[in-house]
Design a protein around this ligand. Structure first.
Ligand SMILES: Nc1nc2c(ncn2[C@@H]2O[C@H](COP(=O)(O)OP(=O)(O)OP(=O)(O)O)[C@@H](O)[C@H]2O)c(=O)[nH]1
Ligand SMILES: [Mg+2]
Length: 430
């Protein structure tokens, strides 16, 4: 079921295609689909009464036992609607969380999914118990409807408190454990700063893992299903005449990725955050590619990766049917290359682009540091090409040309080091 609110968009041409794939990925057998255009969401039941009754009839006719909404419903709306349709309802976020739960393999991924699920479920748990809160309130003599003033008197309320505490404690424990993993991961990713790091990012099923396998001998799992990859994999990518490059495959993005999920997957996405270059893989053969691109850009933005240099790879060009769609994507994205990870077309150009990015990742900056810090000065001399050096009382200013990762290493190691763009120039690569 999908509800369109507001103005019609291109996505309406394929209204349920992605939801079907998501449902399939979760193991459901899709028997029917329905859409509704509403100028305004009905606050109580999300969809209109007539539509809800039609939905109930179709559920019965198809013998369905689950309705999946492509929209996210409030817990109260779900409850009200379930009373009319007599069938369990799942919304888009719950469905995505469920897929992640079934796909998570590593300890870390499992923790991340459980945390996101609990955080999404916690408010719903509260929603589920409100009727008991009311009963408790009435029993406790505070007056029916005076929900806010209810204490811990009724049995229902006690149960809510217990459930909430269990959820709260578990969330806190998961958070602590993930924070520990996070720290380890950050250290690991930062320790790679001597190498040029490249991350494959993009919509789920766009071909990231296939590309990783085509470029290296990683042997990464590839499948025609959503969220085949949930854990980052990093491999050494040997490119001739090029410093060492590390290439990472990351979890795929999806439109309206639940916020909690993005937050708890931060450690997994740490690779992308600290990459020197992002390869944004787009399934150019997908009719919905334009929306997939904007969803990916949105998530990257949310992760704080908007400024990382990015090369867009328009993949699956071997099966593009609508050339016009590819032109549209090319007009949205700054730098693009057409490829096919399956046939190998265009991969030579990708190699060239990465080689030149890895080699030419130099910045012209002025470094300002304490003149008495011999160790730091020696470190700068070792790591950068010094063009000019000026002494001013207890400070020394050095105009340098330096590789970005060397600069990152220096600033990470020496907090007293100040970096200023040279003579008002931008930090553009040389
Ligand atoms: N025709 C064609 N199919 C491709 C190409 N690249 C990938 N595929 C197929 O697309 C499907 C998804 O590929 P994956 O590499 O698993 O995609 P992914 O981006 O890693 O997906 P997730 O891990 O789920 O985010 C597989 O069936 C691949 O065989 C391509 O260039 N051409
Ligand atoms: Mg993958």
């Amino acid at each position: 079921m999908k509800v369109f609110a507001g103005r019609p968009g291109v996505a309406e041409l394929y209204p349920l295609a992605e939801l079907r794939s998501l449902a399939k990925a979760a193991g459901a057998i899709v028997v029917d689909g329905m859409t509704q255009r509403l100028s305004r969401i009905v606050p109580r039941t999300y969809i209109g009464r007539g539509k809800a009754e039609e939905l109930a009839e179709r559920v019965q006719a198809n013998n369905a036992n689950l309705i999946i909404f492509d929209n996210d419903l409030a817990p109260a709306q779900m409850r009200e609607l379930e009373k009319i349709v007599h069938c369990k309802i799942l919304d888009r976020s719950e469905l995505i969380l469920d897929i992640f739960a079934s796909r998570a393999r590593t300890h870390e991924a499992k923790l991340q999914v459980e945390l996101a699920q609990l955080q999404y479920t916690a408010p719903r748990l509260r929603g589920m118990w409100t009727h008991l809160e009311r009963i408790a309130g009435a029993g406790g003599g505070t007056g029916a409807g005076n929900v806010g003033g209810i204490g811990t008197r009724g049995p229902g309320e006690r149960q809510i408190e217990i459930d909430r505490r269990i959820v709260r404690d578990r969330v806190a424990a998961l958070q602590r454990e993930l924070d520990r993993i996070d720290e380890r991961k950050v250290r690991l990713v930062r320790s790679r700063s001597d190498c040029f790091t490249v991350s494959l990012v993009g919509y789920t099923n766009s071909g990231k893992s296939t590309l990783l396998n085509a470029l290296t001998d990683a042997g990464q799992y590839v499948a025609d299903k959503l969220f085949a990859t949930l854990d980052t994999k990093t491999v050494r990518w040997e490119i001739e005449d090029c410093p060492t490059v590390l290439l990472s495959d990351t979890v795929g993005f999806v439109r309206d990725l639940p916020h909690r999920l993005v937050a708890s997957f931060r450690a997994t996405l740490e690779e992308a955050l600290h990459a020197d270059l992002l390869l944004h893989v787009v399934d150019a053969s997908n009719p919905d590619a334009e929306h997939q691109v904007s969803a990916t850009l949105h998530v990257l933005n949310e992760l704080g990766c908007a400024d990382v240099p990015t090369l867009a790879l328009l993949n699956k060009t071997d099966k593009v049917e609508e050339e016009a769609n590819v032109h549209v994507i090319e007009s949205i994205l700054a730098e693009t290359t057409r490829i096919s990870a399956l046939t190998g077309a265009g991969l030579g150009e990708v190699l060239e682009r990465v080689r030149s990015a890895a080699a030419g990742d130099s910045l012209r900056v002025t470094l300002r540091l304490p003149a008495g810090d011999g160790g730091l000065i020696a470190d700068v001399d070792r790591s950068a090409k010094v063009v000019d050096r000026r002494y001013d009382c207890d400070r020394v200013e050095m105009d340098v040309t330096i590789e970005r990762r060397q600069l990152n290493r220096l600033t990470g190691r020496h907090p007293k080091l100040e970096v200023v763009p040279r003579n008002g120039e931008s930090n553009a690569p040389v």
